[in-house]
Ligand binder design. Structure first.
Ligand SMILES: C[S@@+](CC[C@H](N)C(=O)[O-])C[C@H]1O[C@@H](n2cnc3c(N)ncnc32)[C@H](O)[C@@H]1O
Length: 292
């Protein structure tokens, strides 16, 4: 388990350069690497390397050597990572989460919704997706950007979990949304959450592994495909996902660790999709691509 974080404070652009250098140097040794936005307005980012206490001297020297050429003036700072009680932490994940105009909140926080919020009510339960995870929040942010900027006539939320992203898309624009999950419990929870959010029609929930159902052909091709799963299945399903994307369509991928970003990007570039933007949150990335 990592106990210590060594990090360099930088800007968004330079954090990407640092991430590449760090990935090349440390990924094969199994070290966790992350870039995090600390202050959006002032463009302050941190590029971090997670290590054990007893290797601090050695790893600090390696880190300094890796960045020395391109960042000769970089200061390597350190932070001790406190022990976290993850069970307590997950139960505590009940405060509302803001991502763009979306506010994802539990039923006990209805009074926290402001006039201009697009509120999504999800209680922590048996399916993933209360908005607290960096991947969900990243997807919400990109959904808003895409649906405002592009002509989206229908959407697919693959790996819907609690249904949070499908609900978000439908609340932004009254387009048909197909929400699927490999797990029948998730599909049931998603359907309940759709109703609870006052959406009577427009979202179809379906249990299916990957693209294995004729429903994808019936409902597709899609102008927007959102898939917050994990890097490995996303890489594997790149050809199928691309084949269900309409011309000019957009794709939002998440569940990807920062260190896996290039592998996912190259799988989707291989399907002639173009990288538009990456959002980094707590070591996870959300990738927005489109079909030119
Ligand atoms: C990280 S959760 C994402 C939930 C929600 N979309 C969100 O963004 O918060 C991933 C979901 O994908 C589902 N999943 C995993 N592999 C899948 C597959 N091959 N096909 C469909 N769903 C899958 C899981 O059951 C889980 O509910």
């Amino acid at each position: 388990m990592s106990d210590l974080r060594l990090f360099i404070t930088t800007t968004e652009k330079l954090s990407e350069v640092l991430l590449d250098l760090m990935t090349d140097a440390f990924e094969d040794d199994g070290y966790a690497i992350a870039t995090m936005e600390m202050d959006e307005k002032r463009d302050i980012w941190e590029a971090s390397l997670y290590i054990d206490f007893d290797e601090e001297d050695e790893m600090r020297a390696r880190f300094a050597a890796v960045v020395a050429h391109q960042f000769p003036d970089a200061t390597i700072e350190r932070e001790v990572i406190p022990d976290v009680d993850w069970i307590a932490k997950s139960l505590e994940g009940l405060s509302p989460v803001r991502a763009g105009r979306f506010l994802v909140h539990g039923s006990h926080d209805r009074d926290k919704v402001h006039l201009n919020d697009i509120a999504i009510e999800i209680d922590a339960g048996q399916a993933f997706g209360t908005g607290h995870h960096g991947t969900t929040a990243g997807c919400l942010e990109v959904i808003e950007t895409v649906m405002r900027a592009r002509k989206v006539r229908n959407a697919l939320d693959l790996g819907t979990g609690s249904g949070v992203l499908a609900i978000a898309a439908r609340k932004l624009k009254p387009v048909p949304v197909l929400a699927t999950d490999i797990d029948p419990i998730a599909t049931r929870v998603a359907a309940e959450n759709v109703k609870r959010n006052g959406i009577a029609t427009g979202i179809t929930t379906l249990t299916a592994p990957g693209f294995h159902s004729p429903a994808f052909a019936t409902h597709g091709p899609f102008d927007l495909i959102i898939a917050n799963i994990l890097a490995r299945p996303l890489i594997k399903m790149a050809p199928q996902l691309a084949s269900h994307l309409a011309p000019g369509g957009s794709v939002i991928l998440s569940g990807i660790l920062a260190s896996q970003r290039w592998k996912v990007l190259s799988a989707y570039n291989g399907q002639h999709l173009r990288h538009v933007r990456t959002i980094w949150r707590n070591g996870w990335v959300t990738i927005h691509l489109d079909r030119p």
